[in-house]
Design a protein around this ligand. Structure first.
Ligand SMILES: [Zn+2]
Length: 217
């Protein structure tokens, strides 16, 4: 990544708590200017999000890539948007969003240039084993499996590492969506026609989202 000559970001590593609080004041004022009724008439009185957004923890995107404002999307971000049957956070999030909040869209939105994907693609995962990043090593097992299952196709398709990474990100969205569809909470809501499940890929270089999959009852 080439360092920008001018910092365009709001806060930096050098920012401290007063900076964060001041920045929050500005954000709140600006948001109220744009949407005068948002906090007072909507967010203050509860939430009724239409979408559960599952994305990677990556700092470069979140549900805002869909143009939504606070109150529209219930969000769960986790490294490389990995979905697991035995992950309590995953299961609780699905139950709350689908059964309690009654969202009618569940989105798994992966992204290009994903660190988790690249670690496996570039064979850097093994270096994490046993050290201070051992949990990360364990967590990335699923992506390593994905890589090994598809590496012949990925390398046959292109020599370009960025394109390989993009392809794996897309395959990862498909993989996580299929795991999501096997979870009871999702399966039941889909069968009842209460939700639709979309697989998306966000491009960090353009801000655009493309469709990977769509599942309806
Ligand atoms: Zn990522």
């Amino acid at each position: 990544m080439s360092p920008a000559s001018t910092n365009i970001f709001t806060l930096t590593h050098g920012s401290n708590l007063p900076d964060l609080l001041e920045s929050n004041q500005k954000w709140s004022s600006k948001t109220t200017e744009e949407h005068p009724a948002l906090f007072r008439d909507y967010n203050a009185n509860g939430q009724a999000p239409h979408t559960l957004f599952i994305g990677c923890s990556d700092s470069r995107y979140n549900e805002n890539c869909l143009g939504v404002i606070p109150g529209e999307a219930f969000t769960w971000k986790t490294i490389a948007n990995v979905v697991r049957q035995d992950d309590l956070t995953c299961r609780a999030t699905l139950e709350f969003a689908i059964n309690v909040l009654k969202v009618n869209k569940v989105v798994v939105c992966g992204h290009t240039d994903c660190g988790g994907i690249n670690t496996c693609l570039q064979h850097k995962r093994a270096s994490l084993e046993g050290g201070e990043n051992n949990h990360l090593f364990q967590y990335l097992q699923d992506l390593d499996d994905l890589y090994h299952e598809h590496k012949a196709d990925v390398f046959a398709a292109t020599d370009d590492v960025k394109t390989q990474s993009r392809l794996l990100s897309k395959l990862n969205v498909e993989r996580q969506v299929s795991k999501l569809l096997a979870i009871d909470t999702v399966k039941s809501a889909l069968a009842r026609g209460e939700i639709q499940v979309y697989g998306l890929l966000y491009d960090v270089a353009t801000g655009f989202v493309e469709q990977v999959s769509e599942t309806t009852a």
